[in-house]
Design a protein around this ligand. Structure first.
Ligand code: SAM
Length: 221
């Protein structure tokens, strides 16, 4: 990722285009259900196993994907305030008792913060107490560093780029070994790791696999 990547995201990463390109199920791109289904299965397994505990979870690189938490700063705040005319964030997750789940999630979300993982304090000017769990879904490969309880990571492997409508965003083409090394170098012990083939829809990306990892932070990196 080039130095100016953060600026590229700030200026060009359009959350509606991202949703349209990657989460608009039931239309042309229904094939992409596969990635989200795999991520959801991984998360369900990780969080129901009971090893990841605590009160504070930070989701890094949230976009308007309500499935793992939620979203774009403004849109998330609108959703929290129940403002109308928000893009239908729930389109991909309409299932039984969804309204109740939405309410529960609204009450649980404490803060929506800007984050740049390249900074020594990624949340500057805010400093948070140590989190019990860091969640990164399809985000580590879109940035070089993360900081660290538990790291719950789902990342696609070997992808060099992904499309958001007509715009290409670069991806760090990680393999499983380099993910494991980065996590260990960050002072974490890997408790669970699973890689599965998850070929990208060729028209919008080139990743080949999905890795699900749970690691416990042991020491400062
Ligand atoms: C593929 S998208 C996110 C995926 C989203 N978590 C999901 O599951 O669909 C990559 C995310 O990485 C974030 N990102 C890129 N560079 C970053 C950085 N330096 N610090 C924090 N987040 C970054 C982008 O803002 C974007 O939300």
């Amino acid at each position: 990722m080039e130095l100016e990547t953060v600026a590229i995201y700030q200026v060009h990463f359009n959350f509606r285009d991202y949703l349209e390109t990657w989460y608009n199920f039931g239309r042309v791109f229904s094939i992409k259900n596969s990635l989200m289904t795999s991520v959801l299965r991984n998360l369900q397994e990780v969080f129901s196993a009971g090893d990841v505990k605590g009160d504070t979870l930070i989701d890094i690189g949230s976009t308007p994907t309500i499935y793992q938490l939620l979203s774009n700063h403004q849109e998330l705040e609108k959703w929290l305030m129940k403002e109308p005319r928000v893009f239908d964030l729930t389109l991909s997750v309409k299932y039984e008792k969804w309204a109740e789940k939405e309410e529960k999630l609204r009450k649980k979300v404490k803060q929506v913060l800007k984050c740049d993982v390249r900074k020594p304090n990624p949340l500057v000017p805010v400093t948070l107490p140590t989190a019990d769990c860091l969640l990164s879904i399809l985000c580590l490969e879109a940035m070089h560093l993360f900081r660290g309880g538990h790291l719950v990571l789902n990342a696609v492997l070997k992808g060099t780029s992904y499309l958001v409508r007509q715009r290409n965003f670069s991806c760090l083409g990680l393999d499983q070994e380099s993910v494991e090394t980065a996590v260990r170098d960050a002072g974490c012990v890997i408790e669970h790791i699973q890689g599965d083939p998850e070929p990208a829809p060729k028209t919008i990306s080139d990743y080949t696999d999905l890795i699900s990892l749970v690691a416990c932070k042991q020491q400062a990196a």
